[in-house]
Design a protein around this ligand. Sequence first.
Ligand SMILES: [Zn+2]
Ligand SMILES: [Zn+2]
Length: 371
Amino acid sequence: MVNHTSGSLAAAAAAAAAMTNDSLFDTALPPLPSYSLEPTGDVFPWISDFWLSLLLPVAVYWAMSLFFHAVDVLDLFPQYRLHTPDEILKRNHASRYEVARDVVIQQVIQVVTGAALAITEPAEMKGKSEYDVAVWATRLRLAQRAVPGLLSALGLNATVLSKSLSVSHPLLAAALAGGYYPVSVTAQSAAPGFAPWELAVAKLIYHVLVPGLQFFIAVFILDTWQYFLHRLMHMNRWLYTTFHSRHHRLYVPYAYGALYNHPLEGFLLDTLGAGIAFKVTGMTVRQGTCFFAFSTIKTVDDHCGYSFPWDPLQLITSNNAAYHDIHHQTWGIKTNFSQPFFTFWDGLLNTKYKGSRSNRVAEKKREAKSK
Ligand SMILES: [Zn+2]
Ligand SMILES: [Zn+2]
């Protein structure tokens, strides 16, 4: 009996609403869904996200270095070498053992710092994504409220436009009218809802655009941090001789020499730089893990000693092994400070190497033949 009464009340309310033209459209903002939070689970059952974020960068560093080391030792692609194997032995001022040892020391510092930062972080929770998508959909709806005003500023009448499109393109008509959608489009329940396109765009923003933007800002922060600190290390004699000259003992870089640094420099340049980029962009631990692993892969690739035409990492930006190799040469050491991703700071501040390089093995051979 009660159900019947409330049912007929609802029907009466709907009929009354249909009588006035206004209530055919959602004028109120759709309500945000409720949510309940629970701790985010781990990506893999055999390792916690905490340990994954600390150990993956170390694992990819050595896996990738091992690959390039095999390419070097087995001499698989001599045509793409930047230097001869002989040069690695003769020109470098650090033994392979010293390099590996110092890299391990830096990685221990990196893991300890990362652990200290991660422990002080609040536990990450999930369950809010539907709510956050609805927040973006609400922002889209509010942005549409400005459309009629913008159209009239352009001399167009939003009401006339909207009416003329209301049959052929009802969603477009509603957006032009300021985001007032017919109830028939948005109503899933009694409450007003979002148009399908609003939810689709909101999902795209939340799941793709925002994480993509965070990644690019982090890349920019790390590049900026490293460029200026690196350049400072070359401008100040004390800083250079005390710290940075160690990395430059490698005149002929090879993959696992990428993180061969004085421990304090390694901490400042790589660990702190990546940590700041992670914090400022508000990444989740999983996003941070991908970012740390990717920048590690990039810096190993920049020191690999090969100029491969098919290596995607060497193709996405002009900052690659050949570019950074110039910085490791006596004739190029005052140029090409940019690392690890883009070269725009070198371009902007006029520190890009402008001469032609002549130490690539294939080029040398070609030159010798033509003589
Ligand atoms: Zn340098
Ligand atoms: Zn280097």
